[in-house]
Ligand binder design. Structure first.
Ligand code: SD4
Length: 323
């Protein structure tokens, strides 16, 4: 059935693959365990400011997490607007395995997690709070869709003047990281030929409270169909959502497109449909049922972390649409 394979988004995907790999090749493991554990690795990493613990908050200073997991159209689960649990991907897996639903949101998702024995956690780190405070000081008041009331009621106090330099530094770091992105999206194929995918994110930094992106929406940030293939997307979620990006890619593979053609078609459709801003980025990874894979991005900077029994490296996307 072929050799085991893991593909993950961005450079941080290498550490995620390393965490998922033992589960992929374990006799009692497989693709679904591998993608869950890969995402858990990114969610627990406070240095990763786009996922889980340490993720940057929304415009009101609150960290909200989204995740999804999928093995087939009839077996998928997701959560959005999770504020008190470090591992939304595991809540998504519980939704898939132990509920008749696909997507649980906010308080309901958290009650579901508690009922299944998951431990609540505080998600806002000092670094993320400082990045938010710095953003607030420079750009927050002008943010679209961010009522001033939310900002005034936000939990953290304004930064003292003595910390100003540090705060500016944090803002610059946040902006740089924002340009990089590092939301985790993972696809895996195990030795039995089974496909699975998962993704997890804290969303776009400092987004309007209540905003949910593509990652927890099946067919937008993630789609897996054992007969047609799998795809996972990262970057500016609204762009992916407008073209149902991962569903489009998998559907095209089902119609005979190669993984490279399917991935390229998604970024082309986005570029055709939207009036893109200079820093708008989308990356997509595609995986066919036979293990062939590819990727595409709107712009330079996206990387795919590839792991096989004899490869552990970062690959450039096959297509970079805009240069
Ligand atoms: C979102 N697609 O919420 C996510 C963010 C992301 O790399 O992937 N950033 O729009």
């Amino acid at each position: 059935m072929g050799e085991p394979l893991m593909l993950a988004t961005w450079t941080t995907g290498q550490a995620a693959n390393a965490a998922g790999w033992p589960h992929l090749v374990a006799p009692d493991g497989g693709a679904i365990d591998a993608v869950e554990h890969a995402c858990r690795n990114a969610e627990a990493d406070p240095q990763n400011m786009t996922v889980g613990y340490g993720g940057r908050p929304d415009a009101a200073g609150e960290v909200t997490l989204d995740a999804s997991i999928m093995v087939s159209p009839a077996r998928c689960g997701s959560v959005c607007f999770v504020r008190r649990f470090m591992h939304p991907v595991s809540i998504a897996r519980l939704v898939m395995d132990r509920s008749p639903h696909v997507l649980l949101a906010g308080d309901g998702a958290e009650r579901f997690a508690l009922a299944h024995g998951l431990e609540p956690a505080d998600l806002l780190t000092n670094a993320a709070r400082q990045a938010w405070q710095a953003w607030l000081a420079t750009r927050g008041a002008a943010a679209v869709g961010t009522p001033q009331a939310n900002i005034e009621e936000a939990p953290a106090a304004a930064a003292p003047a003595a910390e100003a330099a540090h705060v500016v530094e944090a803002a610059e770091a946040a902006e740089a990281a924002e340009a990089d992105h590092d939301t985790i999206g993972v696809l895996a194929r195990d030795a039995g030929g089974r496909l699975a995918g998962a993704c997890s994110t804290s969303g776009m930094a400092f987004n309007a409270p209540g905003r949910v992106g593509d990652s927890p929406i099946i067919g937008h940030g993630l789609y897996v169909d054992p007969d047609r293939g799998a795809a996972v997307a990262t970057g500016h979620g609204e762009l992916v959502m407008g073209v149902c990006g991962t569903f489009l890619a998998v559907e095209r593979m089902g119609q005979g497109a190669s993984p490279a053609e399917a991935a390229a078609e998604v970024v082309r459709r986005i570029a055709d449909a939207y009036d893109l801003a200079e820093n708008d980025q989308v990356g997509i990874i595609t995986l066919a049922p036979d293990g062939a894979w590819s990727s595409a991005a709107l712009r330079r900077g996206f990387r795919v972390a590839v792991r096989t029994p004899d490869r552990d490296e970062l690959a450039e996307p096959h297509t970079v649409l805009l240069t």
